[in-house]
Design a binder for this molecule. Sequence first.
Ligand SMILES: C[S@@+](CC[C@H](N)C(=O)[O-])C[C@H]1O[C@@H](n2cnc3c(N)ncnc32)[C@H](O)[C@@H]1O
Length: 169
Amino acid sequence: MSEHSSTAGSQTIHPIGMIHTPHTRAEETPIQPVFAEGVQGRAEILPEYAAGLQDLEGFSHIWLLYWFHQAGPPRLIVQPFLQDAEHGVFATRAPTRPNPIGLSLVRLVRREGCVLHLEDVDVLDGTPLLDIKPYVPRFDYRTGVRTGWLEAVDEQTAQRRGQRQSPAP
Ligand SMILES: C[S@@+](CC[C@H](N)C(=O)[O-])C[C@H]1O[C@@H](n2cnc3c(N)ncnc32)[C@H](O)[C@@H]1O
């Protein structure tokens, strides 16, 4: 263990609930919410965290942070879904990360008590939910961005691979 990792220490994470979706196979699951338009799911929050949901229904979109519970072992060099080339894992959204934390911007359709009804869901059924944050364009939207290797991926390829469609014959 390096000096830095021992300084950072290890943390204990307590999931706040579970995400339920129609996705049961990783290789058939859309790779981002933009490729999962209209896919419905729900987040069931544990009762002990219910008070923390107060006022969440005022937001149309929320960030979900979750644990990629079915990810393979961590890899620092990965080949992402959208390009046949290798990149450092931190320059990708690949699940095989040292801390396998996923991040999805989904639509909050409605709240029923401890159940959040969601749309545009790109995660596997049974995924442990770690945190929820409201999407706030004032905080989260940027102009003048660069998107690295993704700038070489054309839109047609992104749609096909992102939606997990088979390659064109
Ligand atoms: C490229 S990751 C991106 C997920 C997220 N939007 C992000 O940016 O962190 C999406 C893929 O992760 C996989 N996946 C989804 N939920 C998972 C889970 N609970 N465990 C392992 N892999 C999962 C699926 O194969 C899905 O296509």
